[in-house]
Design a protein around this ligand. Sequence first.
Ligand code: PLP
Length: 379
Amino acid sequence: MKFATKAIHAGQEPDPTTGAVMTPIYQTSTYWQREPGDNKGYEYSRGTNPTRKALEDCLAALENAKYGLAFSSGMGATDAVMKLLAPGDEVITGNDLYGGSYRIFTKIYANYGIKFHFLDLSNPEIIRQYTNEKTKLVWIETPTNPTMQVVDIEAIAKISKEKNLMLVVDNTFASPYLQNPMDLGATIVMHSVTKYIGGHSDVVMGALMMNDEDLYKRLWFIYNACGATPGPMDSFLVLRGIKTLHLRMKAHCENGRIIAEFLKTHPRVDKIYWPGFTDHPNHEIAKKQMRDFGGMISITLKGADLKETFRVAGSFKVFTLAESLGGVESLMNHPVSMTHGSIPKEVREAVGVTDNLLRLSVGVEDVEDLLDDLKQALS
Ligand SMILES: *Cc1c(COP(=O)(O)O)cnc(C)c1O
């Protein structure tokens, strides 16, 4: 089945007891047992719930994976992956990560004896230099947040496989509509479902998708044992959001392109980060592994200090100044004070996350209104 059909139907058979076409919200924590152990496949909703199961099957289908697991947040999903590791293990990851990923690696898992190497993965060969017998996992994000660097998933997957390392790809920014890392050799795809997949800024959720049955069982064990699993109402909302993922993504990409082109020549804009530009340093890789370039754009304001950047950030009327991304509404984010506040100044500035950087999540409003808003705020 093609993407749009899967988005609308995967995992969602009419309800067997009533024929309801939409998956019901099974708002129950527990399930009747005929006698101890004799049940209908559901025992307790931390571990299994029919609404969440329908969502997980749909999520797996969107990433061309066999198995899906939904978590109560993207960070909950990341946490479950890290629990596959043991003290002494080493992880190779990028040097431009979502702030929360950097935080859980350095402030939580480093304390449990796991060692992280934050590398510039624009040359995947660097992975070989940092791999030893303790290395277990490679964690990448592409495009990165917020400077939109693109790394070559297929090349990294090849080296990971050769070295017997699990490759996890945080596919949040691209969404499954633009990029499918499983097809390029990833072991696990991770999503903050909160963003494009949910799409309406009304749910916080995460997901993992994978093909390996043994790995699925190990992750399900962690998911059930540790309990960061979402409830049925949120699962329902995300199932509903996914039905328009393909329509929304088309509109995000269209508006994103128009706005990126407008900003590129704007006199107040210094740097602009959007992988659709032919002069973006990783444009060729983006073209190879993504179907389009999305609606995430970062800019730096020419000659602006923190105060001036705050003034501009506060003067939008259609773009809403807020953390997060991927919803139908356009959002404006100031990474240094918002999403990336937990990253030390030297670390973030080394990858271009400076005080005058603004990140736009271009929504699906009428693009004329978005352009007018940018014009007035930048003037
Ligand atoms: C938001 C985000 C996360 C964390 O997800 P939550 O749902 O907020 O816990 C992880 N990675 C990326 C790229 C994100 O944008």
